[in-house]
Design a protein around this ligand. Structure first.
Ligand SMILES: [Zn+2]
Ligand SMILES: [Zn+2]
Length: 175
């Protein structure tokens, strides 16, 4: 995607020039948006507020969107709503901060995409399930039990029955 079309690339240079206490809110609302090559959302909404403080710009953000996910039980694709709320400090000077902290870019533009992508992935379930009562796939024929029934026998043999069968067969041999 062309940088000039990236709606998450924000001009924050003017906020830096404002006095402490100044605040600016950016709002986002997209029917579909690509955050990174692996991450695309429907109904993406949210906001990012930058507060000018002594140390830097404090970002408070809240985003929600529908992500196409694959159910780990039945393998069907479904839409999972993901929401994230986070706060980050973009420091003016990293001399007294550790390397992991964000700093205000010299050019005055902040691209929120990487940070939004990171936070949304943290809040995305590692084992998404399409619905609480998802029936999953049949262990035998692999049919999706949410949509179809199958005639597979319940192949799980009770271990006690197995033992009894062995004993009966043994008796037969002994006779
Ligand atoms: Zn499922
Ligand atoms: Zn089956």
């Amino acid at each position: 995607m062309n940088n000039s079309k990236n709606p998450f690339r924000l001009n924050i240079g003017f906020i830096v020039k404002e006095s402490v206490g100044y605040s600016r809110k950016f709002e986002f609302d997209y029917p579909n948006i690509q955050i990174n090559p692996d991450l695309s959302f429907d109904n993406f909404k949210g906001f990012a507020t930058f507060d000018r403080t002594q140390k830097g710009l404090v970002l408070q953000a809240s985003f929600t969107g529908d992500l196409l996910a694959s159910c780990v039980r039945c393998l069907d694709d479904f839409k999972e709503t993901v929401t994230t709320n986070f706060t980050e400090l973009y420091a003016f000077d990293n001399a007294d901060t550790d390397e992991n902290e964000l700093t205000v870019p010299v050019k005055g533009f902040i691209d929120l995409k990487p940070v939004i992508g990171e936070y949304l992935m943290i809040d995305f379930p590692t084992k998404p399930i399409c619905k609480a009562n998802c029936q999953g796939l049949c262990q035998e024929c692999g049919i999706n039990l949410n949509h179809h029934e199958c005639d597979c026998e319940d192949v799980v043999i009770d271990p006690r029955m197995e033992k009894l069968k062995e004993l009966l067969e043994q008796e037969k041999k002994d006779e």
